[in-house]
Design a protein around this ligand. Structure first.
Ligand code: GAR
Length: 197
């Protein structure tokens, strides 16, 4: 039986597309939810024939309103969603969504965590002059870009790189490891309380 995946995105949606088209094992992308009416991800969802929906996130800029987060969580639970994948959702999750989906809530972040959490991780890494950058898929806990790590991929920083060329190469790797991490989750190889170390 297929398990329903919900992808939550605010932006272009390339990771959403990678999850929709990738090998995610028994999981199948069932819906895209966005907090941004102009998200490119909405166009991708239409092209891919995947249901999508804008839902009001509340009046704050970087977090959900508590009432709105409850509505998002209830919507996903009522729909029978098994796994929630954050894919460029530019909002912190701390309340009802985390309570409802802890251990079933994944995030992708464009750095080798725990280095460079937060905004513009690629720019942070580039400005630090790291020689190896990368990306991480992890379970979400109550911190910002913390939580047990499922998969990481390193990306060498080239002498010719600028912030954007580095970000583009990191993004290519994100598309590969996100589907792999979801597959691991469904195969029971990655479990929130017991991520394989
Ligand atoms: C991706 O690089 C993702 O890792 C990042 O936003 C981008 C979304 O791109 N997420 C974060 O920085 C979260 N802290 P996409 O919309 O094309 O998938």
């Amino acid at each position: 039986m297929e398990s329903k995946i919900a992808v939550l995105a605010s932006g272009a949606g390339s990771n959403f597309k990678a999850l929709a088209l990738g090998d995610t094992g028994e999981g199948k992308v069932d819906i895209l939810l966005t907090d941004n009416e102009n998200a490119g991800a909405l166009n991708l969802a239409r092209e891919l024939g995947i249901e999508s929906r804008y839902m009001y996130p509340g009046k704050f800029r970087t977090k959900f309103g508590i009432k709105e987060e409850e509505i998002w969580a209830q919507y996903l639970l009522n729909r029978g969603v098994e796994l929630v994948c954050l894919a460029g959702l530019m909002r912190i999750i701390k309340g009802p969504l985390l309570d409802a989906f802890q251990g079933r809530l994944l995030n992708i972040h464009p750095s080798l965590l725990p280095s460079f959490p937060g905004l513009d991780a690629q720019g942070q890494a580039f400005n630090y002059a790291v020689k190896v950058a990368g990306c991480t898929v992890h379970y979400v806990d109550s911190g910002t870009d913390t939580g047990p790590i499922i998969l990481q991929e390193a990306v060498p920083v080239l002498a010719t790189d600028n912030r954007d060329s580095l970000a583009a190469r990191i993004l290519e790797k994100e598309h590969i490891i996100y589907a792999e991490a979801v597959k691991s989750h469904f195969q029971g190889r990655a479990v929130y309380s017991k991520v394989v170390r």
